[in-house]
Write a protein of this length. Sequence first.
Length: 345
Amino acid sequence: MRGMFESARLKLTLFYLAALLSFSLVITFGLRAIVETEFSRSNDVQLGAVQQWGQQYYQTRPYPRGLQAPDQNFARIQDEQAQETQDRLTREFILLNFIVFVVGAAISYWYAGRTLKPIQEAHEQQKRFTSDASHELRTPLASMRLENEIFLRQKKFSDSEVREQIGSNLEEVARLERLTTSLLDLNRYETTKLKLKKLQVHDIATEALASAAKAPAAARIRFINSTAKAMVLGDRDSLTQLVTILLDNAVKYGPKDGIVEVAGVTHGNEYTLAVRDHGKGIAEADLPRVFERMYRGDKARSNSVPGHGIGLSLALQIATANGAKLTAANHPEGGAVFSLILPKN
């Protein structure tokens, strides 16, 4: 795949270089034509002046025999100077275009790489996403198959065992359903333009808190809502989903009997809603990548935390669709803080 992008970079470099050289040659021939035209006009003016002077000078004096006319001698000198000037212009323009070729090739190669870099990064990210998604889809399917195969090897089983097996299968089906729903939501928010309306941000936080509190993992969590009331611009359902994702993330990575805080304040024409947990925070190396699809930093912790690594990338996509910004940071007193910056107008 790297070879494909390198080949594309070389082709794009040649295209840029061809365009640059074409422009340089047009300018070169244009300048040469202008210079030669001006030089020829200047020579004609000078020759005319010499002819006029010769006529006036020899009008009252005898013209020496065997002596070439001044205008003819001057015209010969002009022709020699014109030829010398053309040769010098040719050398200088060749040198100039050679410099343009060398410098242009280097700049074109650099610019082609810069042009293709976002495409290459997006391709690599999509490749990783596809690989990780395939792995996440295979894992529950393989688990279901293994459990069912082992179960069917038993000659006898009770009703309670059957119920337990069906319950296990349903858990894996629910996991697959959550994953596919998240993937579909990602695609939907990437391709659909939301209709933004004025809404009360405090109501969104309250609704999201009520939803997050229903999760079994949040049974011992104490939620604190200190969002100031304010009207913001956005889509109610998607923003509620976004805040719920942030709250679920805070519950997963905070202490089981800890505190999750939701605060919101107005800053000029923007409203900042922050969700903070009181866990260990995010490793500095993971901060720039927390919003990447399927990325789960700190393997020691993420392996024990349920999820697929899609939630935060979905939250970022929802924020973008609402014309908002979403950032991640560590709180000075501990824990992670996710800040959603919403436009008020």
